[in-house]
Design a protein around this ligand. Structure first.
Ligand code: UGA
Length: 433
């Protein structure tokens, strides 16, 4: 067995990091203050849906490399390297709430009896690690080093992303901490970028902000395509062929959701403003992202205004999660779109392969057992998440089940010519049709 590692905070990032480090042969102890979550995890049950995580969790528990606890003391006694992966939710003003990090830092200090490497993995504004260092200086009774090691994994492909990173960023002034962390990541065979702590924090925020910016850019162009008859898929392909730009994150749709991009953009805007720097670029990215949801709902409303409005119309929604292969509904575009259509008095029924339980806490609509059930007697179908099941569905059967063959596709998953041949009235994002 290799290193002994502690992970504080067993949310998306913490849990994936812990399970994957265990899979790499380390002894890992994961901590969370949520009792029910830890009870579940101890039994090998996941509190979230993430493809492949389930079997890795069970295997590493049964092979004795992975354990769970609610007591930080259990972790800080056993491990030398402690990753802080707790949540940093936004306050009203967009500034992230760092109180969880502060509490964890004090608990680590209280319970540590030997040298520790404290690794900040939570996404935080630049200079947070310096502040963390000040707290540790004040409370820690033993030697310690601070490092920043941002995580770039995506929900839905978290294990693959952890195991196959484009780069590993390690920000630290300490040779010892760098050496230990580089050794931990060695089995991944990925480039390691050693930086100072502030730059490492800013690499993470800038990465998410740039990815969000690309999505809003292509979504604005999509609007122009709709007006002019150009096709956004063709535009994105042609633009992405420029190696300086690249083809990733140019998929037009109903905007980004999830907890990361919105939260991190808010935090970046806040810290730019605090430093007296114009944050207009990212404010526009954020505004466009919300406009695009309204615009999609308005296109549906407009289409129905030709036939008596949305009142009493039955709209089937396929896809609720903010992206496929997750059950995460946080800030999903589907929420705003469905609420808008409900306010126009449409009746909504919806289906998502994994996110319906989480959706029920947010949206009081009818939930369906599958795709056929969603299509049955519907006046229109909306595609809001690009699950593979929807891409593969039997469209001829779906057409027969619907009251009229009308689809609004917020993710552009079908071939337009094929849909026309099948007799659908088919609206996509970013094309004249
Ligand atoms: C994002 C980043 O991609 C990760 O690198 C980062 O680690 C993570 O945030 C985080 O900070 O924790 P995630 O939010 O899980 O990951 O998922 P993405 O695949 O980035 O998708 C985010 C949203 O953008 C989704 O709603 C997706 O539908 C949308 N999107 C993505 C588009 O609308 N168009 C695209 O071309 C790509």
């Amino acid at each position: 067995m290799r290193e002994s590692i502690a992970i504080i905070g067993s949310g998306y990032v913490g849990l994936t990091t812990g399970v994957c480090f265990a899979e790499l042969g380390n002894k890992v102890i994961c901590v969370d203050n949520d009792d029910s979550k830890i009870t579940k995890l101890k039994k090998g049950e996941l509190p979230i849906y993430e493809p492949g995580l389930d079997s890795l969790l069970k295997r590493n528990i049964s092979e004795g490399r992975l354990e769970f606890t609610t007591a930080i003391g259990d972790a800080s006694k056993k491990a030398c390297v402690i990753f802080i992966c707790v949540g940093t939710p936004p306050k009203e003003n967009g500034e992230p709430d760092l109180s969880a990090i502060e509490n964890v830092a004090k608990d680590i200090a209280d319970t540590s009896a030997s040298y520790k490497i404290i690794v900040e993995k939570s996404t935080v504004p630049v200079s947070t690690a310096r502040w963390l260092n000040d707290i540790m200086q004040k409370y820690m009774k033993t030697d310690f080093d601070i490092a920043v090691n941002p995580e770039f994994l995506r929900e839905g492909t978290a294990i693959h992303d952890f195991m196959n990173p484009d780069r590993i960023v390690i920000g630290t002034d300490s040779k010892r901490a760098y050496g230990e962390l580089a050794e931990l990541y060695k089995p991944l065979n990925a480039p390691i970028f050693h930086t100072d702590i502030n730059s490492a924090e800013l690499i993470k925020h800038t990465s998410n902000a740039m990815l969000a910016q690309r999505i809003s850019t292509i979504n604005v162009i999509a609007r122009l395509c709709e007006k002019t008859g150009a096709d956004v898929e063709t535009v994105a392909k042609g633009v992405g062929m420029d190696e300086r730009i690249g083809r990733h994150f140019l998929k037009a749709g109903i905007g980004y959701g999830g907890f990361c991009f919105p939260k991190d953009l808010d935090a970046l805007i806040h810290i730019l403003r605090e430093n007296g720097i114009n944050a207009g670029l990212f404010e526009a990215v954020r505004e466009i992202n919300f406009d695009i949801r309204d615009h999609f709902a308005e296109r549906v409303t407009e289409r129905f205004s030709q036939s008596g409005g949305l009142k009493g119309k039955l709209i089937g929604v396929l896809g609720l999660a903010f992206k496929p292969n997750t059950d995460d509904m946080r800030l999903a575009p589907s929420i705003d779109i469905i609420r808008k259509l409900v306010s126009e008095q449409a009746t909504i029924k919806a289906y998502d392969p994994k996110a319906m339980e989480n959706s029920k806490k947010l949206l009081d609509i009818e939930y369906c057992s599958g795709m056929d059930d969603t299509a049955r007697d519907a006046d229109a179908l909306l595609i809001l998440t690009e699950w593979q099941d929807f891409k593969d569905m039997d469209l001829t059967k779906i057409k027969d089940l619907m009251k009229q063959p009308l689809i609004f596709d917020g993710r552009n998953i079908y071939n337009k010519q094929r849909m026309q041949d099948l007799g659908f009235e088919y609206y996509t994002v970013g094309s004249g049709t």
